[in-house]
Every structure is written in structure tokens, then in C-alpha cells.
Design a protein around this ligand. Structure first.
Ligand code: PEP
Ligand code: MG
Length: 745
């Protein structure tokens, strides 16, 4: 761009700023801006279209088109040239608009006499806000310098729209972020919650998009980028061996040193933007590209650039993540993603959690589940849509977020919450009663846990103990390997908090999706079937031994229940059990008090163990069926893969038959067996598991009430007949017949 154009565009921005500085009503400002741009660009027409709702653009101000069309002319996203610019978020620049593809003539505007058309998307951080258009009678294509200058203006308009500069009395359009929005994501943890938004990383607000002194802005940018580079180098030097983390930091370093990134920002400053506005303009472009990039790798790198831009903006504006805003009393946390440790820091204060990315099996999801906080993941655009303090309703059951809900949604949602509260009260009334069915069978209901934070749920839920304590969570939420003394103190507190009720500790189940940042990563092609759980424990027994000792010391003369995850064959069980015997012997030699009794179980999570020799079933003290893993291996359907994880029904006849066979083998050997996968907490599934003979189920604490309630109302003998009939008929799943039967009851 030439020096002349630089100056022109700076002049235009300078005038724009003067215009925006006054406290005129929103509409007056818009009118002045259009007139200013038309004059500066030497065009007959300048118009601003803004979104009225997600799908509709409205002509909000114009210089040159008919005044009566303002707030009357509307178009849908994708409709006409303006709609196209908004939809594709791309510039349309044509000398002959009526001949351009997608053109739609709008007689009420009087635009038929204008030949050339330049439409620029008004967007902020990848969020489309409207379209800025200039038109002229002479058939000319706008030069790239003109396009560029207008893009800079559009960026300032976007910033001002965000700051609410155009909302005023008499202005028909309402500000962005004031409409209700419904976002469909994926369930991470069931439950419903109402509250107000608390942004984990509040967005940086750029209040001075236009600057007078480009030299000074260049210096500010250079100083900030230097600071950024030093910061990234430091992060890299402190980073652990985790490949993924290193890869992200390397990408940060690459971008921080990128000459073209720097050059583009310097050019924008040359045109009159402040340093922070130049950073944000680049960030907006990157965000827009994220949406269009089909390639996953590219998308990830673009979001790295996004994170880096945020860091740079925080340096430039001095705005940390602590904005001084006060957390609302009913916070619903919104974040792009969050680590388990950060989530634990918030603790039970949170009423709900909404993540833009995240995943069902992530550590954050595990923590949210432990804290029983409703969680929605994959909530697209939530971090751009939501503002701190916005009213929000989170439906973890459906995986839906209602942002700034209207009255109808609020009423329906509160009804649903009231119904759930009523049900909870009903469950509270049976809390201390046993789960005895109509036919007299007693089913023991236990809870799953993994954090100290889980333990208060034990008395509240009516659980008869902890059927599965996932010890890996303590390892996952730290940056370094916990010490034996820390673990034993923690396990002791868990046993204390159970007040004599049994707690079944599962030894470390790492590998697969549960990766410890401080352990050397293994690049495995299929980690779920790789070097995980007891396989790691047996090959590298150091941690297993440490853990067994910690457990024995924690039990301190009380009974101890230990089980090994992912045992695939008899020999793995005997070798693991030998480690327990060795640890006991060592503790005896050291003179430590031994557990009064020790029971050593195995998790049955691979089909192979269901076919283990009889001696396995005779020797093992108890078996716990890990239905989550067992089901994924039975059907060869990845439990983390959204495409297949719901494809096969737990009530599939083949799977139920297999489970029944395991129950029978346990009965023959007189070995206690329980079921501790997620299905144990689903009332209909739990009922069927009880019907095929399972008498101990371990589940999320919140599921105990609903499961107990259904069990107490049901007759398992009748249900057994329904299941047998269905099987006899050769049906694929017993679910339809069971549901019919339940409806009849
Ligand atoms: C299971 O696989 O069912 C289980 C309970 O273990 P996790 O979900 O921790 O793998
Ligand atoms: Mg498992």
C-alpha cells in the first residue's frame, strides 16, 4: 500500500473516531459513519447491515440508498450479495453487481442504478456481526488498497458494535449478546442447572481500536511480542515430556516468530489501528479460517494462534484473567476447555459447566462427574456468545445450553427442575431403605468415587459403600507423581469418611485416555488396547508397590478391599496378587499394622476373562464387571468415539447373555460379583442387570435414588420371563419388550 493510502485510511479512521467519541444516539452515529465513509471513498453509497437475529440482516443505516428502506430492508443469511458476504465471511468486489452470481434486486432501496459493489464482512473474533457495503454508479472494481482500508474500518465497526456503541434510544437493532441463543452440545454429566455465566477466561476488551501515532503503536507491538516470545520460550523450557503439549508450544513459538504475522499487524497499524486492534484483526481472520478448515491439524494450529493472540492482547492491554468482576452466586462456568486441576479449584461452587471443546472422557469431565455438576461439552461458539453475568440454563441431560433464555424456556426449564427436585425428595424418603424388589431380592447399591470431594455423597445418597474408587484421579490432577505418604494420608481420610462402610480401591488405571503428564509418553497406535492399567503395573511394578503399601498403611488395622483393573487372563491376576502378598510381608517386617482382612478382586473388562479357567473364579476374592470397557471390547466400539459409542445397546441380547454367563460362573465358584460401569446407574439397565442375577451395582451417587426406586417397585422374576421370551423370539435387544412391560406396570 502506498504512503498516500496509508494516510487516507488513517484520516478516515481519525474522523470515525471523532464521530464515535461523542455521545450521540446509536442511529445518529451510524448515519454519520455511512456518510463519512461514502465521502472518503468517493462513492455514492455506503450502507451498514447488521444482524437482527442469527439468520436475518437488516439495513441499519445508509448514505445514498432510499432513507425509507432503513430498518425495512431485510435479507436472510446467504440471500443476495450482502447475505453472501455475511454467510461466507468473504469480501465481494464486483464492477457489475447485477450480473454477479447471487445478486438480488431490492427495489425499495433504489440501488438498481449502482453498478459496482464492495461488501466487507463486519466480524469480531470469527463472529459475524454484519456487512459494510459501498456502491458506485461507475463500473469499477475496487483496488486491493481500498478493500484493505475498508476492512480496517469494518474491524473498528465490529469493535464498536461489541462495545454497544450503536445501541441507543430509537435504534431499532438490539445489541449482539442480547438475544436468546440455544446451543446444542453433548452431555458430559447429567443434571440441570440455572445460573449466570462466569467466563473462565474473560475476553479482552479493546477500547481504543484507533490510534494517532503509528510509530508508538509499532513500538508497543514490538515490545509486547518480545515479551510474548520470552514467555513462550520459558514455557517450553519448563514443559514436561508430553508430546502434545510440546507440539502446541512449538507451534506457539513458530507463530510468535512469524515474520508474516508481524508484517500484517504492522501494516494494519500503518493504516491507523492501535496495536491491540491489529492483533485482534489477525485473530478474527484466524477464527474465521478455523470454521472453514477441513483439516484437523490446520484447525488445531489456527486455534493455537488464537490462544497466542489472546496472550498478546493481555500483555498489550494489561488485562489479566482477573478482571475484578465478581463471581455471581450461581456461577455456570464457560470455557473453551479446562484442566482437571483448575476445575477442582472452583470446586462445588459451580452450578454448571459448559465447554466449547472438551470431551466426554476428558479429565475435566471426570472431575465434573465426581463433583456431580451438570456438564455440556462441544458447545459450539459458547465462548463468543456468552458474556459474564448472562442468564443461562444448562440441561446436562439433553446436552443443551439456553443462553439468555426467553420466558417460555425459563418456565419450561424451571418445571423440569421442579420435577427433578420432587423426584429427589421422593428418593430421599427411601434413602435409608434397602433396595428390595417386589419378589424379595436384595440388591446392594454402592457408589463410584475417585476424589475426596465424592465422599460427602456417601451418606446423602444412601450408598452402602464405595464399589469403585478410581485411584488414578489423584495422579491425573497433579503435575508430579504423588508421594506414598500423601497417598496413604488421602486413602486413610477416604476410609475414615466411609464410617465403616467398605471402600473398594482400584489400583492405578492409567494408559488409554488417562495419560499422566509426568510419565514418559508412549506413542501407541491404539492406547485403549495398549499398555495400560495392570499391564503397566506388572511390567513396572514400582508405582503399584508404592500404592499397595499406601493402601495397607491407610487401612491401619481395618479391612482393605483392593482390585486390579483390566485383568485379561488368570496369570495377570496371580502375579498382581503376589505383589499384594509381597507388600503385606514387607509391611509385617517393618512392623506396620496390617489390615484386619484383605480382599483382592479383579475387574472383568475384557471378554477374555469371562472365559478364564475355573481356578480363576475360585481363587479371586471378588469380581467387578467394568461394563464401560467390557462393552467397548465386546462390540469393538470405542467408548470415546461419538460415532459409535451409542451404536450398540447394553440391553442387546448377546451382551446380556454374556453377562449372565459371567454371573453364573461366579455363582458356581461362590464368588461375589458386582457391576460398576456407567450402565449400573441407568435405572432400566440396572433393573435388567439385577434380573440376570447381579446383586451388587456400583454407580454415580446421584443414580442411587432413581435405581433404588425402580428396583423397589419391580418384580425381577416377571422381568426374567420377559427377557427369556424376548431371547426366545430371537430379538436383537430386550429394550422394547422391557419398556412395554414397565409401562404396563
Ligand atoms: C469400566 O470400564 O466400566 C470402569 C468402571 O472403569 P473406567 O470407566 O474407569 O475405565
Ligand atoms: Mg475400565
Amino acid at each position: 500500500m502506498t504512503e498516500r493510502t496509508d494516510t487516507e485510511s488513517r484520516k478516515l479512521l481519525g474522523r470515525l473516531r471523532d464521530e464515535l467519541a461523542g455521545d450521540a444516539p446509536g442511529q445518529t452515529r451510524l448515519d454519520k459513519i455511512t456518510s463519512l465513509i461514502a465521502t472518503s471513498m468517493g462513492c455514492e453509497v455506503c450502507s451498514i447491515y447488521l444482524f437482527r437475529d442469527q439468520e436475518t440482516l437488516e439495513l441499519c443505516a445508509t448514505e445514498g440508498l432510499k432513507a425509507e428502506a432503513v430498518h425495512q430492508t431485510r435479507m436472510r443469511l446467504g440471500e443476495g450479495l450482502v447475505g453472501r458476504v455475511a454467510q461466507r465471511r468473504q469480501v465481494v468486489n464486483t464492477a457489475n453487481a447485477p450480473k454477479a452470481s447471487g445478486f438480488r434486486f431490492m427495489p425499495e432501496t433504489g440501488e438498481e442504478v449502482y453498478s459496482s459493489f464492495l461488501g466487507i464482512p463486519i466480524q469480531r473474533l470469527g463472529e459475524a456481526l454484519g456487512v459494510l457495503v459501498v456502491q458506485s454508479k461507475d463500473a469499477r472494481e475496487f483496488s486491493s488498497d481500498e478493500v484493505y482500508a475498508l476492512e480496517v474500518v469494518a474491524m473498528v465497526l465490529a469493535e464498536m458494535t461489541e462495545l454497544g456503541a450503536f445501541v441507543g434510544e430509537g435504534a431499532a437493532m438490539s445489541a449482539r449478546h442480547s438475544h436468546p441463543v440455544m446451543i446444542k452440545g453433548t452431555t458430559g454429566q447429567e443434571g440441570v442447572a440455572e445460573g449466570h455465566i462466569w467466563l473462565h477466561e474473560p475476553r479482552v476488551v479493546v477500547v481504543n481500536p484507533i490510534a494517532d501515532d503509528p510509530q508508538r503503536e509499532m513500538e508497543r507491538l514490538n515490545a509486547a511480542v518480545d515479551e510474548l516470545r520470552v514467555g513462550v520460550d520459558k514455557m517450553l523450557s519448563l514443559a514436561g515430556p508430553d508430546q502434545e503439549q510440546r507440539q502446541v508450544l512449538e507451534a506457539y513459538r513458530m507463530f510468535a516468530n512469524s515474520k508474516s504475522w508481524m508484517r500484517r499487524m504492522e501494516e494494519d497499524i500503518g493504516r491507523g489501528l492501535s496495536a491491540e486492534a491489529a492483533v485482534e484483526k489477525e485473530q478474527s481472520l484466524a477464527r474465521a479460517r478455523v470454521g472453514q478448515a477441513a483439516d484437523g491439524y490446520l484447525r488445531e494450529r489456527l486455534s493455537d494462534l488464537d490462544d497466542l493472540s489472546n496472550r498478546l492482547l493481555r500483555i498489550l492491554t494489561g488485562q489479566g484473567t482477573d478482571t475484578g468482576a465478581e463471581m455471581p452466586p450461581d456461577p455456570i462456568l464457560v470455557a473453551r476447555n479446562i484442566g482437571p486441576g483448575e476445575l477442582l479449584d472452583y470446586g462445588r461452587r459451580l452450578k454448571g459447566i459448559v465447554l466449547e471443546t472438551g470431551s466426554v472422557g476428558s479429565h475435566a469431565a471426570i472431575v465434573a462427574r465426581a463433583l456431580a455438576i451438570p456438564l455440556v461439552v462441544h458447545a459450539k461458539s459458547v465462548t463468543t456468545e456468552a458474556l459474564n453475568g448472562d442468564h443461562v440454563m444448562v440441561d446436562g441431560d439433553q446436552g443443551v445450553v439456553h443462553l439468555r433464555p426467553d420466558d417460555n424456556v425459563v418456565a419450561a426449564f424451571r418445571d423440569k427442575m421442579a420435577m427433578e427436585a420432587e423426584a429427589l425428595e421422593r428418593y430421599a424418603s427411601i434413602r435409608d431403605k434397602p433396595a428390595v424388589t417386589q419378589c424379595g431380592a436384595t440388591v446392594e447399591l454402592m457408589m463410584n468415587a475417585g476424589l475426596m470431594a465424592d465422599l460427602p455423597s456417601l451418606p446423602n445418597s444412601g450408598a452402602e459403600g464405595v464399589g469403585l474408587f478410581r485411584t488414578e484421579l489423584q495422579f491425573l490432577i497433579r503435575n508430579q507423581m504423588p508421594k506414598r505418604s500423601e497417598l496413604s494420608a488421602l486413602y486413610a481420610r477416604v476410609i475414615d469418611a466411609a464410617h465403616g462402610k467398605p471402600v473398594v480401591f482400584r489400583t492405578l488405571d492409567i494408559g488409554s485416555d488417562k495419560v499422566l503428564t509426568y510419565m514418559k509418553p508412549n506413542d501407541e497406535p491404539n492406547p485403549a488396547m495398549g499398555w495400560r492399567a495392570i499391564r503397566v503395573g506388572l511390567d513396572k511394578p514400582g508405582v503399584l508397590r508404592m500404592q499397595l503399601q499406601a493402601l495397607m498403611r491407610a487401612s491401619n488395622g481395618r479391612p482393605l478391599y483392593v482390585m486390579f483393573p483390566f485383568v485379561a487372563q488368570y496369570e495377570e491376576y496371580t502375579r498382581a496378587r503376589a505383589e499384594v502378598d509381597k507388600a503385606l510381608e514387607r509391611e509385617r517386617r517393618l512392623g506396620h499394622p496390617l489390615p484386619s482382612r484383605i480382599e483382592v478382586g479383579a475387574m472383568l473388562e475384557t471378554p477374555s476373562l469371562g472365559f478364564a479357567p475355573r481356578k480363576f473364579f475360585d481363587e479371586v476374592d471378588f469380581i467387578s464387571i467394568g461394563g464401560n470397557d467390557l462393552k467397548q471390547f465386546f462390540f469393538a466400539a470405542d467408548r470415546e468415539n461419538e460415532r459409535v459409542r451409542r451404536r450398540y445397546d447394553t440391553l442387546n441380547v448377546s451382551f446380556l447373555s454374556f453377562l449372565e454367563q459371567i454371573v453364573e460362573r461366579c455363582a458356581v465358584s461362590n464368588t461375589p460379583v458386582s457391576f460398576c460401569g456407567e450402565d449400573a446407574g441407568r435405572p432400566v439397565e440396572a433393573l435388567c442387570l439385577a434380573a440376570i442375577g447381579l446383586r451388587r451395582l456400583s454407580m454415580r451417587p446421584a443414580s442411587i435414588g432413581p435405581v433404588k426406586s425402580l428396583l423397589r417397585r419391580s418384580n425381577l422374576e416377571d422381568l426374567r420371563k420377559v427377557i427369556a421370551d424376548t431371547r426366545h423370539r430371537g430379538a436383537m435387544s430386550v429394550r422394547p419388550a422391557v419398556m412395554d412391560w414397565l409401562r404396563e406396570q
